[in-house]
Design a binder for this molecule. Structure first.
Ligand SMILES: [Zn+2]
Length: 328
C-alpha cells in the first residue's frame, strides 16, 4: 500500500515538472485557492497508535485554514492560528477552548507548499495522522481534490524589519527579503549527522517545496522511542513513519531519502509552523537549532509589533516573488 501511494505520488511529481508556469501576457490578480472537491483518507495517530480519519473540504474565500474535530458532538472548529499553539512534546498542538488537535505541522506544511489559502480539515481524533512522517502523502491527497482559484486576492505577510526569537543558543529570525527563503542549521553530535549535511537553504516555491522538502521524514532516536512507548506515548511511531537512529547511524533498511534529510525535515516543519501566521510570508527565515516552540514565539513577536509587517496582495500575479503551482 505504501509502495502504491509513493508510486502515484512520484508520478504526479512528473506531471508538475512538465506543467508550464508561463501565462499569456494579460494581467491577472493572484487569487486565493481552495480545493474543488472533498478528499478523504485515513492513517494512524503518532501518539495514540489508533486509526484516524482525515477529510479535506473546500472552504470559502478568506475562511483560512480550519481544523474540525468531527469525533465530538457537536463538532468543534479550531482555526490554524499561531496564537492558539501550545507547546507540546515533539509536535505543535492547536488548542481552542480545551479542544485540541495535535501534530498539525506536516499537513500545514503541505497546505502552504501548494499555496492553499482556505481549507477545512476534518479529523476523527485529537491528532493528525502521521502518514509516512513527511508532507508527501498530504501533497498527494490535496492534489486529488484539485486546486481552484477563488474570487478574492491572495494575501501575503511581508516582513518589513528584522524580528527575532531567541532561547539559549537557539535562534529564529525573520528579515526583509523579496521572496521566501528558508535557511536552517541543526547541530547534532552523532555519526549519522555529517557536518556538511546539517545546513540547508531553500528559495520557497511549490516546485522547490515538493521536490526538495516535502518528502523529508521526521526522525528520532530509538532509545527515546523505547522510553516514550513505556510511558504510553508515540504508540504509533515506527520505521514506517520516521527515520530511526541508534548510537551508530540510521536504522531504516531503505536508508535516507536525501543525504541531508534531517535538516530538510526541519525546513518542512518550519514551513508548516510559520504558515500559522495566517498567510504566506514574504521574508527570509534563519533558523539555528530552532523548533516548534521557538518558531511560534517568532510569530508572536511579529504579531505583537504591527510595524514589523504589512499585508500585501498582487493585482498582477507576475509581480509576486513566490511561485505556486499553476491552477488550470
Ligand atoms: Zn516534523
Amino acid at each position: 500500500m505504501r509502495f502504491i501511494t509513493f508510486f502515484v505520488f512520484y508520478q504526479w511529481l512528473n506531471v508538475l515538472t512538465y506543467s508550464g508556469f508561463e501565462n499569456e501576457d494579460r494581467i491577472s490578480m493572484l487569487k486565493q485557492r481552495t480545493l474543488k472537491r472533498v478528499v478523504k483518507a485515513s492513517g494512524i495517530g503518532l501518539h495514540s497508535g489508533q486509526k484516524v480519519m482525515i477529510n479535506f473540504l473546500p472552504h470559502v474565500a478568506d475562511g483560512g485554514i480550519v481544523f474540525r474535530r468531527i469525533d465530538l458532538n457537536p463538532p468543534v472548529d479550531i482555526p490554524a492560528d499561531a496564537m492558539l499553539i501550545q507547546e507540546a512534546f515533539m509536535c505543535s498542538n492547536l488548542v481552542s477552548k480545551e479542544t485540541k488537535v495535535g501534530t498539525i505541522e506536516h499537513v500545514t506544511s503541505a497546505i502552504a507548499g501548494l499555496g492553499i489559502d482556505n481549507l477545512i480539515i476534518e479529523v476523527s481524533a485529537s491528532e493528525i495522522p502521521i502518514m509516512d512522517g513527511s508532507a508527501g502523502p498530504f501533497i498527494y491527497l490535496l492534489m486529488q481534490g484539485e486546486l481552484v482559484e477563488q474570487d478574492a486576492p491572495k494575501k501575503f505577510i511581508r516582513i518589513l524589519k528584522p524580528v527575532e526569537a531567541l532561547i539559549d543558543d537557539k535562534r529564529a529570525i525573520f528579515s526583509p527579503h523579496d521572496g521566501f527563503q528558508i535557511n536552517f542549521t541543526i547541530d547534532f553530535d552523532h555519526p549519522a549527522f555529517a557536518k556538511e549535511y546539517q545546513s540547508a537553504t531553500i528559495d520557497f516555491s511549490t516546485e522547490t517545496f515538493v521536490y526538495e522538502v516535502s518528502g523529508a521524514r521526521t526522525f528520532g532516536f530509538m532509545k527515546d522511542l523505547d522510553y516514550l512507548k513505556a510511558n504510553n506515548l508515540a504508540l504509533g511511531a515506527s520505521l514506517d513513519n520516521a527515520v530511526g537512529l541508534d548510537d551508530t547511524g540510521v536504522v531504516n533498511e531503505e536508508g535516507l531519502r536525501f543525504a541531508d534529510e534531517f535538516v530538510r525535515h526541519k525546513i518542512l516543519d518550519a514551513v508548516g509552523d510559520l504558515y500559522l501566521l495566517g498567510h504566506q510570508i514574504i521574508a527570509k527565515f534563519d533558523g539555528y537549532k530552532s523548533g516548534h516552540a521557538l518558531n511560534n514565539q517568532l510569530l508572536r513577536n511579529v504579531k505583537s509589533d504591527p510595524s514589523s509587517y504589512e499585508i500585501v496582495t498582487f493585482d498582477d500575479e507576475k509581480l509576486c516573488p513566490i511561485h505556486f503551482v499553476n491552477v488550470t
